[in-house]
Each structure stands twice: as structure tokens, then as C-alpha cells.
Design a protein around this ligand. Structure first.
Ligand SMILES: Cc1cc2nc3c(=O)[nH]c(=O)nc-3n(C[C@H](O)[C@H](O)[C@H](O)COP(=O)(O)OP(=O)(O)OC[C@H]3O[C@@H](n4cnc5c(N)ncnc54)[C@H](O)[C@@H]3O)c2cc1C
Length: 465
């Protein structure tokens, strides 16, 4: 139906009768819940949200976006740091009802639909003593996380999530469903391993599974002094690849298991995962426990999914954040971190340090669209805040903090970018990668239908000039 502006209007009853999935529109009782995404600060009102049930629904929603010209948000777990899983006045294609998981225990592979979360996949695979590495948070969707790269607790042992992606089914802007792998549509297979949602809707992934049953892992709280921070990072860099760590330098939250006199004081909240036998894990983790008297030590042998604690569905923080890579964190860098954190006026401020290397670093930079293989430490600085009108203050603070830490690696991990402008999207992709991605974009999405993302514009004339 055409409106007076010559736009094609959406008919909700028609959509409801033609689709298999759920169609949620303004005024519906579940509309407000359905339009809410993980991060606060994105109060957007889509014209319609379609919780697709199958690939035929996906084709219909893609066609609807093409015909109406309305902005299309594609969403799996809804955790986009940039709010890309919500749109004002556009169409949301929500994949969270597509949750099928088929595990081939013998073959050590799994086919999975993108609506499953990292935690749900990890729990199901662990029933067979197997795992694929995702990120540090169970509620994050495997859809968005995988397409950007996937940096988590198995990164040093088994690489990025994309390094364990064997194939995917991708529906492109013209509604065609393509199987992409190392033999078919190899250009697209390369592009979706780091290029985000720019090239189509992934309807299924195939992942490699590894034997990861029990781990030694959990939270270790240490005093945050320059020496302890620098030694922690040095230890994480020289540890066997079985160990991946995430060190959060932050004021102690008022958690019941933390002594009350620590609340609000800076500490290291470290997450450790040793993916190997328990005895070796205890031996490798022992030096971290000796860096200082631990404030709380919760590291223990556990089943791998226990590393993802239960989360509250009602938690919607508003954050300003900057992601970057550093070459080293020595005493003086640690001092800078400790000087900056207390100057934030946010409700919480954090510097998150992830030592990389290992299996992730063994692939050449051009093996996938994620190219930061040689980067040594990923750092995310963030401030959480409640008053939206203070956004500029917190954005300026993270910007200054990141500038103070900068050591010359100007790359960025696409999945931790927020809305930071074109130059920062470029920072996610070195020149050669960027040009190659633009050519592939021109081939599969020449009209940039999939543009509500860290956007890679199609190369004009489809060629690198
Ligand atoms: C609390 C938290 C912790 C995090 N921890 C980590 C971490 O440890 N490691 C890490 O690597 N990242 C981490 N991230 C970043 C995370 O990988 C990205 O935010 C990711 O985009 C989230 O995926 P999603 O499916 O939940 O998000 P969504 O908002 O649903 O999707 C994000 C974008 O991905 C694209 N997309 C999603 N699904 C599909 C699909 N099926 N087909 C095509 N395009 C799709 C779309 O462009 C969409 O805008 C974290 C984020 C949060 C909020």
C-alpha cells in the first residue's frame, strides 16, 4: 500500500498472516519489551519487530526492507555496543527465536542458528565435554559476536570464534541463501569472519568444537597497584596458551563477598580460564595468587559453562567506551590507568585488559577480515552513567583516557566500537582489508541494504581504484 509520500507502508495484519514468526507492532503489549536492547540510552521505536521463525521469514523481511526502503536492524542477542539492533521507524529482524543446535559429537562440529546465546551454546556443548570459544558474557548473542571476530576465554588456546567457524548459511540482500565455506563463496566466507553484519543475514553457523570439559577458572580479586597490574600482565603474556585472562581495573562493586572496607576502592577483578588438566591449571595460576594477598580468590576447578554466571535480564547499563590495542602494560602504563580511573564522574569506571597472542596470533593478518592478529593486548576503557544528558562528559573522559594510553597501534576491534564515526570504523580494518571488504560488499549488497552496522560502504564500480 502506498502512502501520500509515495512510501510503501507496512500492513501489520498482512505481515501477521504471511509470516510464521511473531510480528510485534507499536501498541502491542510486548512492544516495549521487544524494542529494548541490552544497552541503555537507545530508546528507539521501530515500525515493526519481526521475530523470524525460519529462512522464509528472513527472506520476506529482507524483501520488505528492500521494497519500503525502511532502515533494517538485524539482531541476534541485542548486545550491540552501538545500538545497531534498534531502529527508529524502521524494521527489526530479530533472530532470537531461531535457536536450533545440532551437535555432531563424533565429528566435533555443531550447526547452530544465531538466536542462541554464548551461554546457552556453551552449556549444551559442555554436556558432551566440548566447547567453542565465545566471549566473556553468557547473554551475548553468537550472531553479532561471531561476525565481528569473537575474543573470549579460549582465545589463546583455540583462537577467535571465527577461527573455529567452518561454514555459514548467509541470506544476501536479494534474498538468496548461500552456503559459504572454504570452498564455496570464499570471498564472502572471508568477509563474514570479522566484517560484521554488512554482507547478509547469517541463518546458521557451523563451528568446530574442542574438548573442554573441566577448567580451572573464576574470579580473582587483587589489590590494584602499578606493580601488581604490570606483573599480572607479564604473567598472562608468558603463561601457556591454555590460560586466557581478562583483568578489569575498577572500583570494587558492593558485592556481598567483597569485604565492605574495599567497596569503592580500586582493585583488579581478574577472570582466569585455564583450559587444560586441573593439576597444570593450579600450577599455572599459582603465581597470580602470589602477586599480592588476594582480596577474594574464587578460582577453582569447574565445568566450563560455570564461567558464565547467571545474569539479570533487567540490567541495561548506559556506557561510554573506547577500545584499543596496546603493546605493553608496564609500571608506568599501570600508573596512568590508576590515575585516570578515579577522575571519572560516572557511576562506574573500568579499564579492561585482555592479553592476546597464542592461537589467535598464528594466523596471517589477511586470513580473515579481522586483521589485528599481531596486536598484543586489547584494552577497553569505559564509564557507566545514569543521566543521559551527561553523555558528552563521559565520552570526553573515555576519549582522553584512551589518548593517554595510546602507544601507536591505532587498530580497533569492531565489536567493541560504539557510535564513533567513520574514522573509527576504518580503524577496525587496515587499508588492504578495507578495500577488499568494499569490493565484496559491492558484490553482495550493492545498495547497502545492510547499513545499520559498523558500515562498510560498497566500492563504487565494484573495483579497487
Ligand atoms: C556485556 C557485553 C560483553 C561483551 N563481551 C565480549 C567479549 O568478551 N568478546 C567479544 O568478542 N565481544 C564481546 N562483546 C561485544 C559483542 O561481541 C558485540 O556487542 C556483538 O555485536 C553482540 O552480538 P549480539 O548478537 O548480542 O548483538 P546484536 O545487537 O543482536 O547484533 C549486533 C550486530 O551484529 C549484526 N548481526 C547480529 N546477528 C546477525 C546475523 N545473524 N546475521 C547478520 N548480522 C548479524 C548486526 O549488524 C547487528 O547490528 C560484549 C558485549 C557486551 C554488551
Amino acid at each position: 500500500m502506498a502512502t501520500k509520500n509515495n512510501q510503501i507502508a507496512i500492513s501489520i495484519p498482512e505481515l501477521r498472516s504471511s509470516l510464521h514468526g511473531r510480528v510485534i507492532a507499536p501498541g502491542d503489549v510486548d512492544y516495549d519489551e521487544a524494542r529494548t536492547v541490552f544497552y541503555g540510552g537507545f530508546d528507539r521505536h521501530p515500525a515493526v519487530i519481526v521475530n523470524v521463525a525460519d529462512t522464509s521469514d528472513i527472506a520476506s523481511v529482507i524483501a520488505l526492507a528492500r521494497e519500503t526502503g525502511l532502515e533494517l536492524a538485524v539482531r541476534s542477542g541485542g548486545h550491540s555496543n552501538a545500538g545497531h539492533s534498534a531502529t527508529d521507524g524502521g524494521i527489526v529482524l530479530d533472530l532470537s527465536d531461531m535457536r536450533d543446535l545440532q551437535i555432531d559429537v563424533e565429528g566435533r562440529t555443531a550447526w547452530v542458528e544465531p538466536g542462541l546465546t554464548a551461554g546457552e551454546y556453551t552449556t549444551a556443548a559442555n554436556a558432551h565435554g566440548l566447547a567453542t570459544g565465545f566471549g566473556d558474557t553468557g547473554s551475548v548473542g553468537i550472531g553479532g559476536l561471531t561476525l565481528g571476530g569473537g575474543v573470549g576465554y579460549l582465545v589463546r588456546k583455540y583462537g577467535l570464534t571465527i577461527d573455529n567457524m567452518l561454514a555459514a548459511d548467509v541470506m544476501t540482500a536479494d534474498g538468496e541463501l548461500l552456503r559459504v565455506d572454504s570452498e564455496s563463496h570464499t570471498d564472502l566466507f572471508w568477509a563474514i569472519r570479522g566484517g560484521g553484519g554488512n554482507f547478509g543475514v547469517v541463518t546458521r553457523f557451523q563451528f568446530r568444537l574442542h574438548e573442554v570439559d573441566n577448567i580451572v577458572g573464576g574470579m580473582l580479586f587483587l589489590p590494584a597497584t602499578p606493580d601488581v597490574i604490570a606483573s599480572f600482565i607479564a604473567g598472562a603474556e608468558s603463561a601457556p596458551e591454555e590460560l586466557s585472562t581478562i583483568a578489569n581495573i575498577m572500583p570494587a562493586p558492593p558485592m556481598p563477598f567483597l569485604p565492605a572496607d574495599y567497596h569503592g576502592k580500586l582493585l583488579i577483578m581478574a577472570m582466569l580460564v585455564y583450559a587444560g588438566d586441573v593439576e597444570s591449571g593450579e600450577r599455572v595460576i599459582a603465581p597470580f595468587r602470589q602477586l599480592a594477598t588476594p582480596i577474594v580468590d574464587m578460582v577453582k576447578p569447574m565445568r566450563y559453562p560455570e564461567i558464565y554466571p547467571p545474569e539479570e535480564g533487567t540490567y541495561h547499563p548506559t556506557a561510554a567506551g573506547r577500545t584499543m590495542f596496546l603493546d605493553k602494560i608496564d609500571h608506568s602504563v599501570a600508573e596512568t590507568i590508576l590515575e585516570y580511573l578515579p577522575t571519572s564522574t560516572g557511576s562506574m569506571a573500568v579499564a579492561q585488559l585482555r592479553v592476546l597472542g597464542g592461537a589467535m596470533a598464528r594466523l596471517p593478518a589477511d586470513a580473515t577480515a579481522f586483521a589485528h592478529r599481531a596486536s598484543r593486548i586489547m584494552v577497553n576503557v569505559a564509564a557507566l552513567y545514569e543521566r543521559l544528558e551527561e553523555k558528552a562528559i563521559h565520552e570526553a573522559w573515555v576519549e582522553d583516557f584512551a589518548a593517554a594510553l595510546q602507544q601507536g597501534d591505532h587498530g580497533a576491534y569492531v565489536n567493541f566500537l560504539s557510535n564513533e564515526g567513520e574514522a573509527r570504523v576504518r580503524a577496525a580494518y587496515p587499508d588492504g582489508t578495507w578495500d577488499r571488504l568494499r569490493v565484496i560488499k559491492a558484490r553482495y549488497d550493492p545498495n547497502n541494504l545492510f547499513r545499520l552496522n559498523q558500515n562498510i560502504p560498497p566500492m563504487e564500480n565494484g573495483k579497487v581504484s
